[in-house]
Design a protein around this ligand. Structure first.
Ligand code: RP5
Length: 159
């Protein structure tokens, strides 16, 4: 199983590469695409509607501004879609966040925080780890690593 990572523009790549880095860390295969809900709607439909048949477990969609890419992808698949609102130039990403998170009832887009591409990938891998014990073990180790880092900060006086 692999993860689909799609973004509306190459200008989103600096943030969305964070999702790819997490996939690499966990040894999870991904397919990364730039496709726009408004500039290339036909290609979005083709890519999203074929995703399940091509072995995807979940899709991560990053977009900024009037960020409808996640919703459009979700319209064409019943795979879980995780939205990453990209920080925009004009409204700092609040526009992207609200556009994504406020999906009308019936077609969900599980939206992470602004520029939260890494969390989106972690969430997708947690979904895969429901049935994949290797990924479950890797996720436990990843959590422990984070806890150890926090606790290590207390080994010397803080001030
Ligand atoms: C959205 O518009 C993209 O997801 C991007 O975040 C934003 C700006 O796109 P560009 O003008 O940089 O192509 O479609």
């Amino acid at each position: 199983m692999k993860i689909g990572i799609v973004m509306g523009s190459t200008s989103d790549l600096g943030v969305m590469k964070g999702a790819a880095e997490i996939c690499d860390r966990f040894g999870v295969e991904y397919e990364m695409k730039v496709l726009s809900a408004h500039r290339t709607p036909a290609q979005v439909e083709e890519w999203a509607s074929s995703a399940r048949g091509r072995g995807f477990a979940a899709i991560i969609a990053g977009a900024g501004g009037a960020a409808h890419l996640g919703g459009v992808v979700a319209a064409f698949t019943t795979l879980p879609v995780i939205g990453v609102p990209i920080k925009s130039r004009s409204l700092e990403g609040l526009d992207s966040l609200l556009s994504m998170v406020q999906m009308p009832s019936g077609i969900p887009v599980a939206t992470v925080g602004i520029d939260g591409a890494k969390n989106a990938a972690l969430l997708a891998i947690e979904m895969m780890a429901i049935t994949d014990t290797r990924l479950k073990d890797e996720m436990d180790a990843f959590r422990k690593e984070q806890a150890d880092k926090v606790l290590a900060a207390n080994e010397a006086p803080l001030l």
